[in-house]
Design a protein around this ligand. Sequence first.
Ligand code: HEM
Length: 97
Amino acid sequence: MDPIAKIFEEAKKNPKMRKKLKIKAAFSLVLFIAFLGVILITIGTFVSARNGSFLGMDHLDFLKLRAKYGLLMMALILTHLAMNWNMMKKELELLFG
Ligand code: HEM
């Protein structure tokens, strides 16, 4: 088993850590599902630019939707980053520290 998976398995056994990991896991799932929306809107933006419309919406509709959806993704990603900030700091230290 890779070392990170091993640490995860150990952390799962600690009830406090388990709760924390479950909150992170639930948030990651929300982020993943929201990301499927990004794929759909991006495809819609491309296809409607070529064909005039996609799923009943024109190119401008998709651009407007993308702007709004982008705000939602920004909020989700910033929260995700805040939740993983310690790990991110360690990764940055590895690169520049
Ligand atoms: C788009 C959908 C995304 C999904 C589904 C996703 C999912 C995940 C998952 C499952 C983890 C590991 C478990 C956890 O700690 O929560 C993780 C870790 C992390 N993510 Fe994301 N993530 C996404 C986007 C992003 C973006 C855009 C950024 C940066 C701007 C980012 C930065 C990080 C960092 C810094 C970590 C912790 C360090 C690491 O494990 O390497 N993630 N993400």
